[in-house]
Design a protein around this ligand. Structure first.
Ligand code: DGY
Length: 328
């Protein structure tokens, strides 16, 4: 492959500078759609390209990989999460997978902080009241939320984004607790000022805000289920900017409707764009359309990472952001 002009197929519209650079470097097939491709179109791209650049929503599963022929050699995902790609099957078929970690960290942590503040300070209700035109002016009792300073934040998943969130939350005066399958090094815990809980259940019972920052893997699917939701304080809030599948969305909806939790702010959903309609109506539920990492800067840097991964691979080396199944 070194030296040859690779055929690179991109499944979605990307920022203009990224598309331009891709077109300069490779024999590129771009897409003019903002929506996931259907299976047939994806299968066609996979069989005709050396490199596929998919993104969230493009389900690159075992059967598509099996039918992709021999040409495809690299899946350079545009995004950090790879739960839409069957990485193990790709590996067995000799297809390398890379992603774009790191460049989304600060944007996602910022948005998580915005959601923590948004749900605890009732921003949705305030915005709704202003849009209705019914606001009668300031009153001491109106729309009182809860102060986050002095409260306990529990972070589920202490990778890059969890740690960036911990720094922000500490600056807002929260005390930060975390559960992660691997404990951080003592010096990192000390630097961040965070406390590890080996038992997720015990942490859940003590926090005022729970933030989900763990990826979706078989081990995290529905980690927050009905039983665990019942362990939480009725005054607690849940925020999710990671993957919807980590929470049992039906159980969460029941808990919120039953007043077993104070509110939720969700940027991601168990069934993608098919959001449970019973969540939408709740005043204490703030929903966003998966925009945690959506900044111009971040999207461009994601593209730069994709390009670097492809170029490095084309030069015969391991892409810097290689995904190996054991990481998942
Ligand atoms: C990712 O890259 O996986 C993010 O979820 C997109 O925001």
């Amino acid at each position: 492959m070194p030296g040859s002009r690779l055929k690179v197929a991109v499944t979605r519209r990307l920022p203009e500078p990224v598309e331009t650079r891709l077109a300069e470097l490779f024999d590129v097939e771009l897409s003019d759609s903002d929506l996931p491709l259907d299976r047939e179109a994806l299968a066609r791209m996979m069989s005709e390209a050396d490199v596929l650049v998919p993104t969230l929503g493009d389900k690159v599963d075992a059967s598509l990989l099996a039918g992709s022929g021999d040409r495809l050699k690299l899946i350079a995902n545009y995004g950090a999460g790879v739960d839409h790609i069957d990485v193990e099957t790709a590996r067995r078929r000799g297809i390398t997978v890379s992603n774009t970690p790191g460049v989304l960290t600060d944007d996602t942590a910022d948005m998580t902080m915005a959601l923590i503040l948004g749900v605890s300070r009732r921003l949705k209700e305030g915005v709704t009241l202003m849009q209705s035109g019914d606001w009668q002016g300031w009153s001491p009792m109106a729309l009182m939320g809860h102060r986050i300073g002095g409260k306990r934040l529990g972070i589920l998943g202490m990778g890059r984004i969890g740690q960036a969130l911990a720094r922000r939350a500490t600056a807002f005066g929260m005390s930060v607790h975390y559960h992660n399958r691997r404990r951080l090094r003592p010096e990192t815990e000390e630097e961040l000022g965070v406390r590890w809980w080996e038992s997720l259940d015990q942490m859940l019972a003590r926090v005022d805000v729970l933030s989900i920052n763990a990826p979706h893997t078989p081990a995290t699917f529905h980690l927050i289920n009905s039983r665990r939701l019942k362990l939480m304080k009725p005054s607690a809030f849940i925020v999710n900017t990671s993957r919807g599948e980590v929470i049992d969305e039906n159980a969460l909806t029941r808990a919120l409707r039953g007043g077993e939790l104070a509110g939720a702010a969700l940027d991601v959903f168990e069934h993608g764009a098919s959001v449970n309609p019973r969540l939408r109506d709740l005043p204490n539920v703030l929903l966003l359309p998966h925009m945690g990492s959506a900044t111009v800067e971040g999207r461009t840097e994601m593209g730069e990472k994709v390009i670097l991964n492809i170029k490095t691979f084309a030069d015969g080396h391991r892409p810097p952001d290689l995904v190996v199944p054991s990481m998942l």
